[in-house]
Ligand binder design. Structure first.
Ligand code: NAP
Length: 306
């Protein structure tokens, strides 16, 4: 498995799931629950175990402005790091002080700090700052989000020993592997072409020998294209867009979307009726979300160790 090369070099293994977990289905269906929360916890266990006697990985998160969702994300990342014995610090920059110069100066300091293994610049940035230009100042070797052009480029040319993979698609690949779903020779349809999910997901699919189709908002006949998928990955950001009419019977469906309604209930891009058609599906919550944080933890370990 090419995508796993760097992790393997540091001693990580694809998590092995107990048979009863691999066979657990959504109620009244034959559709297997792809339990991202479980796989994430097994990755966390490995981070803890492999960390013994090694340099302590440390994440520095820069949180500029007062976006409430960003505060929640950065807080939960900090907890996950503490749980595995890794260090993390958050550098808070109020929006009144947040300028490009200030952020670049902060990044440069963290680039030079040998105790910091990974740097995370929480997006969105306030004050209409140029996010791409500021993110680009992070040292490639500390880009544990895998967002830099240099790391995306290494992924594109298949250099898996040096790149950092973007955490969400990396998590999807680990989930498929943990459930024994081999993408080789399968039709993979990725709905969404963002730089952080859709594009790296498509590149990872290609590297795993899938035949990949990428769909987006200008795609014609989306249901028909999706019905061609053996592995359908929804990273659209539109609640319940993917209904059973988009799904080939027996296919594997991965729901990357996260939507919170007015009561705080979380759901995804995939509608509830898909579980009656698919052979396996990620739940939301408890699917791809926890894996994204687990892969950030692992990437920070990889930055510290190899
Ligand atoms: P994004 O940057 O908004 O990209 C959405 C993509 O979906 C775009 O490529 C867009 O096409 C496409 N799209 C939008 N409407 C469409 C439609 N009706 N039909 C077909 N394609 C359509 O979003 P993102 O950052 O990739 O995130 C996608 C979703 O995943 C969001 O719900 C986000 O919250 C979630 N997410 C979850 C995690 C996690 O850890 N689980 C991590 C990251 C993101 P165009 O390019 O043509 O505009």
């Amino acid at each position: 498995m090419k995508f796993w090369q760097r992790a393997q070099n540091a001693g990580f293994k694809i998590p092995e799931l107990p048979t009863e977990s691999r066979e657990r289905t959504f109620p009244d269906t034959n559709c297997v629950i792809l339990d991202g929360k479980l796989v994430a916890s097994l990755i966390a266990d490995q981070c803890k175990e492999l960390g013994k006697g090694r340099k302590q990985p440390k994440l520095a998160a820069i949180l500029a402005g007062e976006d409430p969702a960003s505060q929640v994300y950065v807080g939960s990342k900090g907890k996950s790091f503490a749980n595995v014995g890794f260090a993390s610090e958050t550098i808070l920059i109020p929006s009144s002080e947040a300028s490009s110069d200030k952020l670049i100066e902060t990044i440069e300091k963290l680039n030079a700090d040998v105790s910091v293994s990974g740097i995370l610049l929480q997006l969105p940035l306030p004050n209409k700052m140029d996010e791409a230009a500021i993110t680009a100042r992070i040292k490639r070797e500390k880009d544990v989000d895998g967002f830099l052009a240099a790391n995306m480029g290494l992924l594109a040319i298949g250099n898996f020993k040096d790149t950092f993979l973007a955490c969400t698609p990396f998590g999807v690949m680990v989930l498929l592997a943990a459930y024994g779903i081999n993408p080789a020779g399968k039709n993979m349809v990725v709905v969404g072409r963002s730089n952080i999910v859709g594009k790296p997901m498509a590149l990872l699919g290609i590297s795993a020998d899938s035949t990949v189709t990428v769909a987006h908002s200008r795609t014609k006949n989306l249901p028909e294209i999706c019905r061609n998928a053996d592995i359908l990955i929804a990273a659209v950001g539109k609640r319940a867009l993917i209904t059973k009419e988009f799904v080939k019977p027996g296919s594997v469906v991965i729901d990357v979307g996260i939507h919170r309604d007015e009561n705080g209930k979380i759901s995804g891009d995939v509608a509830a009726d898909v579980r009656y058609i698919a052979s396996a599906l990620t739940p939301v919550p408890g699917g791809v979300g926890p894996l994204t944080i687990a892969m950030l933890t692992m990437n920070t370990a990889l930055a510290a160790w190899n």
